[in-house]
Write a protein that binds this ligand. Sequence first.
Ligand SMILES: Cc1cc2nc3c(=O)[nH]c(=O)nc-3n(C[C@H](O)[C@H](O)[C@H](O)COP(=O)(O)O)c2cc1C
Ligand code: SF4
Ligand code: SF4
Length: 276
Amino acid sequence: MTKIQKVKCVFFSATGTTKKTVTWIGKTVADQLGLPCQDIDFTLPQNRQEPLVFQPEDLVVFGTPVIAGRVPNVLLKFLDTLQGNGAAAVPVVLFGNRNYDDALMELRDILHNKGFQPMAAAAFVGEHSFSYILAKNRPDDLDFSIATHFGQEVAKKVQGFQNAENYPLIEVEGVPYPYRGYYQPRDRKGNSVDIRKVKPVTSDACVDCKLCAKICPMGSISYENVSEYVGICIKCGACIKQCPQKAKYYTDEGYLYHQHELEEGFTRRAEPELFI
Ligand SMILES: Cc1cc2nc3c(=O)[nH]c(=O)nc-3n(C[C@H](O)[C@H](O)[C@H](O)COP(=O)(O)O)c2cc1C
Ligand code: SF4
Ligand code: SF4
């Protein structure tokens, strides 16, 4: 096996929880091994134009949020262009205190199919994109201490395998392919609530700073008129949580019901899960 020479922290992160966790883990591994560490952020559409190509000497900590219990389906086309070339990988998913369902299994499989060697994996918790109270302010100090422990264990595993040909594929929690369907929000009568077409509305508090248009990971907010949408909305929360005026919000009843149901139903503290 080629000796690992660089740690790469690769992530999609609309509200920053995936970024914080992945870079923390990656930095810990790099410090333990005395290696350089590089961040590769593919959140914005302009950063998903070219395929990401890795080397056998890379250890790639690769993170996405969980969307409806799975890897965000809007990223699948881009993820299909990844070139692992034998790099060691640590898939990491961030979930908003409900569950990560089959997302980690799916991310592990995507990376494996694209030529990476997934040798450890983890699911961490981040403040829910839909909420200010669900997993509020997570990852927090406790999460970061678990992330430090995880990074140290990954580094030990790398050292233990320096002379092996391949890392064995890491076993993770979840139903193997074909995965379960996307998690479906339901109303009180058990009917499914379709929030795919829902988009935030914009209030008069907007000062037209254009920040939301710059940070939308789907490039869906019009620069000319920030209250208009030119593409799909994945409800990632970036424009809502980062607007300095708190001018973007949801009015759709189905969405608000789902948000309320999550906030009421998932108050227990979900803990990170590590696979090493
Ligand atoms: C459309 C959508 C669906 C989501 N589905 C789930 C889910 O099934 N389970 C869960 O626990 N969190 C879910 N979340 C919450 C995010 O996974 C979580 O907040 C994550 O920390 C966000 O990562 P980011 O800060 O890097 O954007 C969902 C978020 C969005 C936007
Ligand atoms: S970030 Fe807020 S204030 Fe700035 S343009 Fe968008 S909605 Fe308006
Ligand atoms: S418009 Fe939708 S996809 Fe774009 S930043 Fe806002 S919530 Fe995210």
